[in-house]
Design a protein around this ligand. Structure first.
Ligand code: CLF
Ligand code: SF4
Length: 525
């Protein structure tokens, strides 16, 4: 079917305006950035708040943990694994494992029928009232399994109309499905776009299944590219917010992702999420078996930084499983197996959910206000170098606060802190230090290595042994700001740090972040 069968030029223009105006509105973040930058500082676009975008867009993103960095501290999402089949092959995927588009490798525990999936969503919604989004993200491709995907959405809309629907796709079947997507009022669609040049694509996709046959090589990548671009334009035309996921594959599409960012911005993408390739040999993927490495955290950040000024960047993705449940970064799927759901007393109480979410919203607004206030206070001039910027690591278990013990952290959130701004820039996964009540010292070197470009680590508590080890590595352990909001705590620590530098008590030494902040693309170095 021709693409024009789905969309008129008028539609395209109107829809472009709907999303395009939103993104280009006065007050919208110039250069893909927003409020978290405080005094006009460029930052992650998904950090935007209500003052950064039109009210109707804010309504769509404000409690979606992937589309709003702020929301991801407070709201949860879940995936249901109803889509096992796929219509393409990516060199970073092994069908035995979750879709790498939206999940870390690991077998899906249970594939579900749409009926089972809806039962599970309702059960989770009654237990986790801050779960606001259902995503279908595999383990294959949501749109290569249209009946299962849309049956799930239809039934869920009838039973739990307050839950936002979200899907993720490789884009091959997208243009044909745009009408169906709009029928269910989906506001959020993710397309994985790793290239806008089929020559690059041919190195990533060995084949696609198209028009009842397997197509390979350059022809396959050309068709996929065409479908992805068309699908993106059609969604933009309908006012659907699109997020583009790109897998960063060093040596194949690293610098090319800057062009991808430009092209998807042109076509109205709301967010661009550049994720690292995961390619362990034991996963049995083509890239894993041929030794194609993934990027380092610093390389990932360098490419993301090089894209600043283009499509807004998402930096808080956790590459979750196709059956993940909970806040981003946590996985509570084990609590909601089909067996367990059978035993649960499920009461879907919309009023209770709304009341709970009102409390979450109040907490989130308090965090936002604390951030704005701290940024304003931190912008005041002092004697230290005004261009000074550092990274700090933060242990948090949600609510936007420094509220986790060092030993309990399985990841640290990374903030770039400068005078008057504290901006979330990523996260680092680490091995758990506290094992059954005592510290596992063998884990310390790898934890320190994961955050060794940070000047400080903010925690609610920390033991003597890791404290000493961090200090020896030049990372300051900080527990004075336990349970404060993160940005406020980071800026308060930074003000003290600057004061000590200005007083000559300590010497400021850049720790790798200076290279990252140059904005020069350095991944190939
Ligand atoms: Fe799921 Fe994806 Fe929807 Fe989010 S995930 S379908 S947009 S609800 Fe989010 Fe997970 Fe990253 Fe995806 S953290 S892998 S970006
Ligand atoms: Fe695997 Fe997803 Fe690629 Fe399909 S689109 S091959 S399921 S990573």
């Amino acid at each position: 079917m021709s693409s024009t069968a789905f969309i008129s030029v008028g539609d395209l223009r109107r829809g472009r305006q709907a999303v395009g105006v939103a993104l280009d509105a006065p007050g919208a973040p110039a250069g893909g950035c927003s409020t978290s930058g405080g005094a006009g500082k460029a930052s992650c676009g998904s950090s935007g708040g209500p003052e950064d975008m039109p009210a109707e867009i804010w309504e769509k993103v404000k409690n979606h943990p992937c589309y709003s960095e702020e929301a991801h501290h407070h709201y949860a999402r879940m995936h249901v694994a109803v889509a096992p089949a796929c219509n393409i092959q990516c060199n970073y995927c092994n069908r035995k494992y979750d879709c790498s588009n939206e999940s870390r490798p690991g077998v899906v525990s249970q594939k579900l029928t749409p009926e089972q999936a809806v039962r599970k969503v309702v059960a989770v919604a009654s237990e986790i009232p801050q779960m606001t989004v259902l995503g279908i993200a595999g383990p294959g491709d949501a749109l290569a399994n249209p009946k299962k995907t849309f049956d799930t959405f239809r039934m869920l809309q009838q039973q739990a109309p307050d839950i936002k629907l979200c899907l993720s796709t490789n884009g091959l079947a997208l243009p044909q499905m745009v009408d169906e997507i709009c029928r269910y009022n989906l506001d959020h669609v993710t397309i994985t776009i790793n290239m806008v040049d089929p020559e690059v694509g041919a190195k990533i996709y060995p084949w696609i299944f198209w028009d009842h046959r397997r197509v390979t090589g350059l022809e396959a990548a050309t068709i996929l590219h065409r479908q992805q671009m068309l699908g993106l334009e059609m969604l933009t035309a309908r006012g659907v917010l699109t997020k583009i996921n790109s897998v960063l594959i060093p040596g194949i599409n690293d610098e090319h992702l800057i062009e991808v960012n430009r092209e998807v911005k042109k076509r109205g993408a709301f967010l661009h999420n550049i994720m690292p390739l995961i390619s362990e040999a034991e996963h049995g993927t083509v890239f894993g078996l041929t030794g194609q490495r993934g990027p380092t955290a610093q390389e990932l950040k360098a490419v993301q930084d090089a894209c600043m000024g283009g499509a807004n960047l998402m930096r808080h993705c956790r590459q979750c499983r196709a059956d993940a449940v909970g806040l981003l970064g946590e996985d509570r799927s084990d609590e909601f197996t089909l067996d367990r759901i059978e035993q649960m007393e499920v009461v879907y109480d919309l009023d209770k959910r709304r009341a709970y979410q009102a409390r979450v919203e109040a907490e989130r607004q308090a965090q936002h206000a604390a951030k704005v206030e701290a940024q304003g206070a931190g912008a005041a001039a002092d004697d230290a170098d005004p261009g000074m910027a550092v990274l700090v690591a933060v242990a948090t278990e949600g609510q936007g606060r420094v509220n986790q013990h060092f030993g309990h952290a399985t990841e640290f959130q990374i903030y770039e802190v400068a005078q008057g701004s504290a901006v979330f820039v990523g996260h680092r996964r680490v091995d758990l230090y506290c094992q059954g009540g005592y510290g596992e010292d063998e884990q310390l070197p790898s934890i320190v290595a994961a955050i060794n470009d940070c000047h400080a680590v903010l925690v609610s508590k920390i033991g003597a042994c890791p404290r000493d080890e961090l200090k020896a590595a030049g990372i300051e352990p900080v527990d004075e700001h336990a349970h404060e909001f993160i940005e406020k705590a980071a800026l308060a620590w930074f003000a003290g740090y600057r004061a000590r530098v200005a007083a000559g008590e300590i010497v400021h030494r850049p720790r790798g972040d200076a290279r990252i902040r140059q904005g020069a693309y350095t991944a190939a170095a």
